[in-house]
Design a protein around this ligand. Structure first.
Ligand SMILES: [Mg+2]
Length: 223
């Protein structure tokens, strides 16, 4: 699935890859509609139905991931509402071992996320994962989501990498397809991004349940 000898750069998605997607699914599908209905005095079921339809229309665009966009659209402080659910932010199993091993080795390790800075900051503050990365890249800084073909050149301009020697792990199939079109050689998906949902089948890309399946070797100092 992964030949570590052929990999110099590791690009890692955050939500649904390193962190349990349960937080995000629960936030967007349950918590936000409920709080929206409470705050605006609307019927919950009706508001939820309408919001989910709106989310679907923006799926895969930068707006979909944008806390400020939804705060304006819904006339709510989406960042503050996310904070109400921070107890649901969880690191997926074996992720810290995996990141610690990568960090101890020679490869460059980047967090590459479509998450908005406000979501990213909340999650890093809650999990402490940021210490494991050589850099953290937020697609909002480029004005293009990872699904967008131009994203990869923009990334490469600030963080040079050789696509033929790069591993990219992401739970989103459309994002993996975008990376594949760009020519990234090693691509991997996740079988269970949300721990509250059943594992899924993934077509078109190899997929892991947990990171213990692809642990890199421990490198000896001086080797
Ligand atoms: Mg993801």
């Amino acid at each position: 699935m992964v030949n570590w000898n052929e990999i110099d750069t590791v690009l890692l998605d955050m939500d649904g890859t390193l962190l349990d997607l349960h937080f995000d699914n629960h936030f967007w599908l349950e918590h936000l509609p409920r709080r929206y209905a409470e705050i605006h005095g609307e019927d919950h079921a009706e508001a939820r139905h309408r919001m989910i339809e709106r989310f679907r229309q923006e799926q895969g665009t930068l707006n979909w991931y944008c806390v400020d966009y939804w705060s304006r659209e819904l006339r709510l402080d989406v960042g503050a509402l996310k904070d109400e659910l921070r107890h649901l932010i969880r690191i997926r199993p074996h992720v810290e071992d995996f990141l610690a091993r990568l960090h101890a080795g020679h490869r460059r390790v980047l967090l590459v996320t479509n998450a908005h800075r406000k979501s990213l900051d909340l999650k890093m503050a809650h999990t402490g994962l940021e210490r494991w990365f050589d850099a953290i890249v937020c697609s909002h800084d480029f004005g293009m989501a990872k699904e967008h073909a131009g994203f990869w050149d923009a990334l490469r301009a600030v963080e040079p990498f050789d696509p033929a020697r790069t591993l990219f792990i992401d739970d989103s199939i459309s994002v993996l397809e975008s990376a594949q079109r760009y020519g990234i050689r090693w691509l991997l998906s996740l079988l269970q991004p949300d721990s509250a949902r059943e594992p899924r089948t993934v077509e078109g890309f190899p997929a892991i349940l947990h990171f213990d399946e692809i642990m890199p070797e421990l490198e000896r100092i001086g080797a």
